[in-house]
Write a protein that binds this ligand. Structure first.
Ligand code: ADP
Length: 244
């Protein structure tokens, strides 16, 4: 049957429909978990006799955590849905790295230091690029946030840049938990997490790198991951340089 479907050019439509269904399924699943927890806590508050203030405080605190998770999940879903849509407006302009790298890096200096980790910044190039600066800032936040999340205390997170032929690269490297070769391609997919139980503590839904990939694709760039030996990962983002 796929032969006939291919002949009338239906395969891409069916594939994209299948992907949409999978996406809705995964999204519903991710939404259901926090909602079930909040529902349980509310029912408990309403029905449990003789509860103490401590019981109540615990139920409220757990519910609030779950509401925060729901908030970040729905924000991420909106970002993905908007960048899928043809109507999304991008604000492309000629720019140089200092105009989009500095802002997102600043807050991470404090966060990383407060967690007893080292943050090294070595940005030395100033090529002209044609980018939507806000989108690139968002991409950088995703990568720095991951590097911070998956690097234990005393680790090092580094951002540096280089020029490779007609491409500009910025690289975020960490000395964290690392990513197995068999997982490297998968982590850029929607809702994919290497270790679900580990990541549920750090609050991830597996959407960050999917959003990062979409942002990079829109800019005709690439994103990839490699090992940072002896341990950790390096995410390499590459954009074409505009020769004026
Ligand atoms: P999440 O919100 O779970 O971090 P992402 O899409 O950003 O979602 O990342 C997908 C998965 O890739 C993560 O759950 C984690 O397992 C892995 N990952 C991402 N960045 C790193 C990193 N710097 N070090 C180790 N693992 C990482």
């Amino acid at each position: 049957i796929s032969y006939f479907l291919a002949r009338i050019n239906m395969l891409p439509i069916i594939k994209s429909w299948k992907q949409q269904t999978e996406f809705v399924n995964d999204a519903a699943h991710e939404l259901r978990t926090p909602l079930t927890i909040i529902q349980g806590k509310l029912e408990y508050m309403l029905t449990k006799p003789n509860k103490t203030i401590l019981d109540e405080a615990e139920a409220i605190s757990v519910s609030l955590d779950e509401v925060n998770r729901l908030n970040s999940l729905t924000n991420n879903l909106l970002v993905l849905a908007r960048s899928d849509s043809a109507t999304t407006k991008f604000n492309f302009e000629l720019t140089t790295p200092e105009f989009f790298l500095k802002d997102p890096i600043e807050p991470f200096k404090d966060i990383i230091n407060s967690q007893s980790k080292v943050f090294q910044i070595s940005l030395n190039h100033h090529p002209t690029l044609y980018l939507d600066r806000d989108k690139i800032k968002q991409l950088l936040i995703i990568l720095l946030d991951n590097a911070t999340k998956y690097t234990p205390k005393n680790g090092t997170i580094k951002i540096y840049d280089q020029i490779e032929g007609s491409k500009y690269q910025f690289i975020i490297s960490d000395t964290g938990v690392g990513i197995a070769d068999s997982e490297k391609a998968k982590i850029f997919g929607r809702f994919y997490r290497v270790d679900k139980s580990r990541n549920s503590n750090s609050g991830g839904h597996g959407l960050g790198l999917a959003i990062a990939t979409q942002i990079v694709n829109i800019h005709h760039g690439t994103i990839s991951v490699r090992d940072n030996l002896p341990h950790g990962s390096e995410f390499v983002v590459e954009f074409p340089i505009k020769h004026m």
